[in-house]
Design a protein around this ligand. Structure first.
Ligand code: GLC
Ligand code: CA
Length: 534
């Protein structure tokens, strides 16, 4: 594939900058820290690093409330650090992808501060304002996924402003062409600095209903997450006009040579809606698949999500898979209950599906959720909803580099911004151990890189017993996982094992199908296989 399509063949690694590597002993990860770990990315074999927001933020939502889109958060470093990161990453063949937050700004952003100054303010219409109902109540029934109404009264002007997330995150008005122009300039600012692309926050939700209509109340017919929320978010998010904006950005990104990628946080929980964000190959390059993330760890369900995704993603599109991120419980806890065998089957699947894998920092060493005590909470959701449901701190704790005080993340003795988990599980020890999960992931990435089948060939599900999931990639590669505690056999796989989760079976010749032990998985070279089920 051409160099312009690195993002199709490659592996993307997500860094949560506050928690990756502290370089100056303030307990907060930073850009010089990320630069220091470039050798690690190279050793692991990833092609790109996506950094959660590094722009200026009062940190009401840790970077996802932006007060200046074209400057670096001082705790993280400077623009010169970003330039150096891009340069030094490039020397290693690694791309840098940033996060952009176009749905809302911080309430401390100069645009909003000015907009609040009065109804005639220059930036007033950059945000979404509405008069109270006759009884003084909220303009409509919209509820935030963070809990509570999406409206806060601005006392001075007597109008409410919209915030789909925290009150400190006022939503921008994407019907206003000036907002569009302002974001074009932001994209260009970073693209011109050599940024390879963006992960777009809330990519499905930036446009709101022009008439601010009430959301329909959930009914028994709705899926559980909608019922739990109480309403269908069809007017405060997911408006059809969002596709016009995405097409516009795609044109902007494609105007660069080499082209830049747009990876959307399309937080919709049905794959059909997700598939629409690829447009006709003229919208997002990659649209995150949250149905997969939130599926139970069951072979039949995962296979079904993948099959449906394969159907709905247009031929001009390309899937993207992930199993963890900074908003959900880590895969080691969510799917695997701390069981390393399960984790390896999950990671093998991630790296062997058709589509770009996005690996969340720490998953490669099997970091679990680290429970954070109430007094150590940082995440606004964790604080708001304590003691339940859980906030997002547990999946955001510092990277565990070494088994020392501070975990190799920050100086010994210093209190990091979030507590560090059990550093018995760490990069240094796992690098030295050929049987570790870290070396397993590294070998999977290397195998994928060497295999056109795994990188780019078709996905075809194979017939397999219950609790197993097997698929063929291209002409001669089969991946299979046993998601059960019982030994089982996948018939008609002939050939040779290339890598197994147990590490002991590489090279084994298969004469009579592939037998997998409890929670075992393998990738095989296999010329003859059973008929596909679909
Ligand atoms: C996205 C981010 C999440 C953030 C929210 C509001 O979902 O991933 O961390 O809280 O947007 O910006
Ligand atoms: Ca620091």
């Amino acid at each position: 594939m051409s160099a312009a399509a690195w993002w199709r063949d490659g592996v993307i690694y997500q860094v949560y900058p506050r928690s990756f590597q502290d370089s100056n002993g303030d307990g907060i990860g930073d850009l010089p820290g990320v630069i220091r770990r470039l050798d690690y990315f190279q050793w692991l074999g990833v092609d790109a690093v996506w950094l959660s927001p590094i722009t200026v933020s009062p940190d009401a939502d840790f970077g996802y409330d932006v007060a200046d889109y074209c400057n670096v958060q001082p705790a993280f470093g400077t623009l010169a650090d970003i330039d150096r990161l891009v340069r030094e990453a490039d020397q290693r063949g690694i791309k840098v992808v940033l996060d952009i937050v176009p749905n809302h700004t911080s309430d401390r952003h100069p645009w909003f501060i000015e907009a609040r100054s009065g109804r005639a303010a220059r930036h007033r219409d950059w945000y979404v304002w509405a008069d109270p109902k006759a009884d003084g109540g909220y303009p409509n029934n919209w509820l935030s996924p963070f809990g509570g109404p999406t409206w806060t009264l601005d006392e001075r002007s007597g109008q409410y402003y919209l915030h789909n997330f925290l009150p400190q995150q006022p939503d921008l008005n994407w019907w206003n062409p000036e907002v569009k122009d302002a974001f074009d300039a932001i994209y260009r600012f970073w693209f011109d600095r050599g940024i390879a692309g963006f992960r777009i926050d809330v990519a499905h939700g930036i446009v709101k209903d022009l008439h601010l209509r009430d959301n329909p109340v959930a009914t028994d017919e709705d899926p559980p997450h909608v019922r739990a929320h109480g309403q269908r978010n069809i007017y405060n998010m997911e408006r059809p006009e969002v596709h016009d904006v995405l097409r516009h950005w795609r044109t902007l990104a494609d105007g660069y040579d080499p082209r830049r990628i747009l990876l959307g946080e399309t937080y919709v929980l049905d794959v059909r809606t997700m598939g629409r964000f690829y447009g006709a190959g003229d919208e997002l390059h990659l649209a995150f698949n949250f149905t997969y993330v939130h599926a139970p760890f069951k072979a039949s369900v995962l296979a079904e999500v993948v099959a449906e995704s394969e159907l709905v993603i247009p031929d001009v599109g390309w899937p993207v898979w992930t199993v963890s991120n900074h908003d959900v419980s880590r895969v080691m806890s969510r799917w695997c209950q701390g069981d390393e065998r399960k984790l390896r089957t999950a990671l093998l699947s991630l790296l062997a599906l058709r589509g770009t894998p996005v690996l969340y920092y720490g998953d490669e060493i099997g970091m679990p959720d680290n429970l954070v005590r109430q007094e150590d909470l940082q995440d606004p959701l964790g604080k708001r909803h304590w003691p339940a449901p859980r906030g997002r701190d547990p999946e955001r704790t510092p990277m565990q580099w070494r088994n020392v005080n501070g975990g190799g993340f920050t100086n010994a003795g210093l209190k990091p911004w979030l507590p560090i988990g059990d550093t018995a599980r760490n990069v240094e020890d796992q690098q030295a151990d050929p049987g570790s999960t870290l070396n397993f992931v590294r070998d999977l990435i290397a195998l994928r890189r060497a295999s056109p089948d795994l990188q780019s060939s078709q996905y075809r599900q194979l017939k397999s017993p219950p609790n197993a999931w097997a698929w063929q990639r291209g002409a001669a590669t089969v991946a299979a996982v046993n998601l059960s505690g019982r030994r089982l056999r996948i018939p008609e796989v002939a050939g040779r094992i290339l890598i197994s989760t147990t590490r002991s079976r590489a090279g084994e010749r298969l004469a009579d199908g592939l037998t997998l032990g409890a929670w075992e998985g393998a990738i095989c070279f296999s010329a003859s296989t059973s008929a596909p089920v679909r």
